[in-house]
Design a protein around this ligand. Structure first.
Ligand code: DOR
Length: 423
């Protein structure tokens, strides 16, 4: 494989506290050396003025294969990942059928390899068919390559099932990713419960529905010693609970999505289904709390919850539309525009939440540029201004809440195992 030299970029590797202008050399698919004035590579890219970061890791995507290939496939989803600077993605198991067997996990890995773009990791279901009734074959899923467990899209409503799930996952040193939602409290809600929902005449999903499950799952971690990760944390109460659990020394982590830190439930006023997702957009108080959580490290990962839906499914009235928005191709600019430029996070913190944070939670050897590591690298221009146009996306779906946004921050090169995969 030809060697590749990235010359003169700002290298940011939060896992090893590196933030300096230098050259970076990749040889045989790994990072060989970071230093001044390196020469003698087969290919040289001048990246002066650009940021050279570890390849981004998205620990929460829905790639819809098998079962809903008209919305996304592993190939189209991993092309979208590359376009957005994500070199590794972890695919949620709410496919049809669900990823609840060894063969299903192996299929995801195989399709990822066949696509030959981003690294695709399967997340196994906690329960068979994600029904919440019977534990999935977790050992077999681990053998098939599952890096974590989740029934995402649905909560594990039965506390005993979640307790056993945490206990089993602990035996395999895997994290359980929890979609925290009390179904009874949410009822038929379609957006955040509050003033906006009342004004619009839409039924609400109260914040307590999320908080109560975060609370329950933390209690189950205390009882089992298991490892819990809260998906798409969206409430101020949830952030407080996670922070307090971490102070107690419990093994609890969390992620936030770009849409939950950039938008509030005010965005729903036009009844546009591209602002309908689960958990729903919350209030300005919640957004501020989630941003604080990202800043102080309570929330160690930014994850997109990339949830493609076909146009005909989303082009209907708000109440009837499915929950979910895409995010792989807009995460970096939204994070830079809403969090870095507004001084919520430093650029180094933002890179950490997109790289080392999620890699550590999943326990995968990614998210760093340390010599010897896989040469998975994202080169981006943090200043480049552009307008988000979903018609240009690599994803098969267009359900994006940021269409028309003027943003800053653009991916220039995405490199996987030393190979340029440029969008
Ligand atoms: O909005 C959402 N969409 N939230 C989820 O938890 C699942 C996802 C999907 O699969 O569409």
């Amino acid at each position: 494989m030809p060697s590749l030299l990235l010359r003169g970029g700002r290298i940011i590797d939060p896992a090893h506290r590196i933030d300096r202008v230098a050259d970076l050399l990749c040889v045989d698919g790994t990072v060989k050396r970071i230093g001044a004035k390196i020469s003698g590579a087969d290919e040289v890219l001048d990246v002066a003025g650009l940021v050279v970061a570890p390849g981004f890791v998205d620990m929460h995507v829905h790639l819809r294969e098998p079962g809903k290939e008209e919305e996304e496939t592993i190939a189209s989803g991993s092309a979208a990942a590359i376009a957005g600077g994500f070199t590794s993605v972890a695919a949620m198991p709410n496919t049809e059928p669900a990823v609840d067997t060894q063969a299903a996990a192996e299929f995801v890995i195989q399709q990822g390899r066949r696509a030959g773009k981003a690294n695709v990791y399967p997340i196994g279901a906690v329960t068979k068919e994600r029904k919440g009734e019977e534990l999935a074959e977790m050992g077999a899923l681990v053998r098939g390559g599952a890096v974590a467990f989740s029934d995402d899209g649905a909560p594990v409503q039965n506390a005993e099932m979640m307790r056993i799930g945490l206990q089993y996952a602990k035996m395999f040193d895997r994290v359980v990713i929890s979609h925290c939602e009390d179904r009874d409290l949410c009822g038929s809600g379609v957006m955040n419960a509050g003033v906006v929902a009342m004004t619009l005449g839409l039924s609400g999903m109260p914040r307590i529905a999320e908080d109560i499950m975060v609370h329950r799952d933390i209690a189950l971690v205390a009882a089992t010693g298991g490892r819990l990760h809260i998906a798409h944390l969206s409430t101020a109460g949830g952030v407080d609970l996670v922070r307090a659990a971490q102070k107690r020394g419990l093994r609890v982590t969390a992620e936030a999505t770009p849409h939950h830190v950039a938008l509030t439930d005010e965005a729903v006023r036009e009844y546009d289904p591209n602002f309908k997702m689960n958990p729903p957009l919350r209030t300005a108080t919640d957004v501020a709390a989630v941003r604080d959580g990202l800043r102080d490290g309570t929330i160690a990962a930014i994850a997109t919850d990339h949830a493609p839906h076909a146009a005909e499914e989303k082009e209907c009235e708000f109440v009837a539309a499915p929950f979910g928005v895409i995010g792989l191709e807009t995460a970096l600019p939204v994070v830079i525009t809403e969090l870095v430029e507004k001084k919520v996070l430093s650029l180094v913190q933002a890179v950490a939440r997109l790289t080392a944070g999620p890699a550590r939670i999943l326990g995968i050897p990614k998210g760093t540029l340390k010599p010897g590591a896989d040469a998975d690298i994202t080169v981006f221009d943090p200043k480049s201004a552009w307008v988000i146009d979903p018609s240009k996306f690599r994803s098969k779906s267009r359900n994006c809440p940021f269409a028309g946004w003027k943003v800053r921050g653009r991916v220039v090169h995405t490199i996987v195992s030393g190979k340029r995969m440029d969008p």
